[in-house]
Ligand binder design. Structure first.
Ligand SMILES: N[C@@H](CCC(=O)N[C@@H](CS)C(=O)NCC(=O)O)C(=O)O
Length: 312
């Protein structure tokens, strides 16, 4: 297996989820720094249109969405699995809640007057407007990330005590003795809040949460080496093509291997990626697409959170 290449930028919470997981697995990996806002021509050459952060590449395989990325990392680096069978529903359900609900709260807090003011202090003035426009466009036509600041301020004091109680009575990790996907998903949301000087004080008053937060933070990011985007695209182009004819393929909704399909997120950033369906499993789909720069690539998505339709 070739090395993981993480396409990310420093301030991305979902990228922090994966950096921390790679740290937990003590992994060596490569990184490509991608733009924070569109356009992202190098990333899109690999993904076919998916623009969210992070994306993980392995040769000519491109993995989109941290739900799938975390599973692929855990399968290939199985020591200290973060998917214990005894917590199969609990850990995945909490992770999904965190990646959607808690992340929406964290974003709404970042866009609150105090949060946004702190953000504008850290970035050049021309970037503020470009960033706000980019994110507004990303939300167009979607249903996710529409939480108001008022709702976020109501929900924070409801959920944080629940995390505090759970850690107090069933710690030291979210699901008990062992770190699970739930830890990484909650962590990146709180990391985002903690990084914003205007709202980080909201973490105070939750001592168990803070102790747990420091423990996850101290995991670090493993051993990353930076490469250029062009080098990553060359790695994809020079990788051997795959034959999926023998791959396990479960037919859902009458979609067959070889059908041309469009895959798009159901929440926000709803840009379809079109290609030939090659993998169809319980929580993974992949399409084959030919890119002028990256060659034949296989773009993988989780099934949860995505809509897959036949493309005529
Ligand atoms: N469901 C996705 C969500 C990823 C996501 O929303 N990432 C944010 C950054 S943390 C994003 O893509 N923002 C827009 C961008 O980076 O262009 C996942 O789990 O990977």
């Amino acid at each position: 297996m070739s090395e993981f290449i993480l396409h990310h930028y420093d301030n991305s919470p979902f990228a922090e989820k994966i950096r921390t997981l790679l740290g937990y697995k003590e992994a060596s990996y490569q990184t490509v720094t991608i733009p924070v806002i569109m356009p992202k021509p190098d990333l899109v050459a690999l993904t076919g249109g998916y623009r969210k952060t992070p994306v993980v590449q392995q040769g000519n395989h491109i993995y989109c969405d941290t739900r799938l990325i975390a599973k692929v990392i855990d399968q290939q680096l199985p020591q200290k699995s973060i998917y214990p069978e005894s917590q199969a529903l609990t850990a995945n359900a909490i992770a999904r809640w965190a990646d959607q609900e808690l992340f929406s709260i964290a974003v709404a807090l970042a866009f609150s007057p105090a949060g946004f003011e702190a953000f504008t202090q850290k970035v050049p003035p021309h970037f503020v407007e470009a960033f706000a426009n980019d994110r507004a466009k990303m939300r167009e036509g979607g249903s996710g990330l529409s939480m108001t600041t008022e709702t976020a301020f109501e929900l924070w004091p409801l959920y944080l005590p629940q995390i505090e109680q759970q850690l107090t009575h069933n710690g030291p990790y979210i699901c008990g003795q062992q770190a699970t996907i739930a830890d990484f998903s909650i962590y990146h949301c709180l990391w985002f809040v903690n990084n914003n000087a205007g709202v980080k004080h909201l973490l105070q008053g939750y001592p168990q949460v803070l102790q747990w937060f420091q423990k996850i933070k101290s995991i670090g990011h493993g051993n990353p080496t930076t490469i250029e985007a062009d080098a990553a695209i060359t790695i994809a182009k020079e990788s051997k093509p795959c034959d999926f004819s023998d791959a396990l393929f479960t037919e859902y909704n009458h979609l067959r291997q070889g059908d041309t399909v469009a895959i798009q997120p159901t929440d926000y950033g709803i840009v379809p990626v079109v290609g030939e369906l090659v993998v169809s499993a319980a929580d993974e789909v992949a399409i084959k697409r030919i890119d002028p720069r990256a060659g034949e690539v296989y773009v993988h998505f989780p099934r949860v959170g995505y809509q897959i339709t036949k493309h005529e």
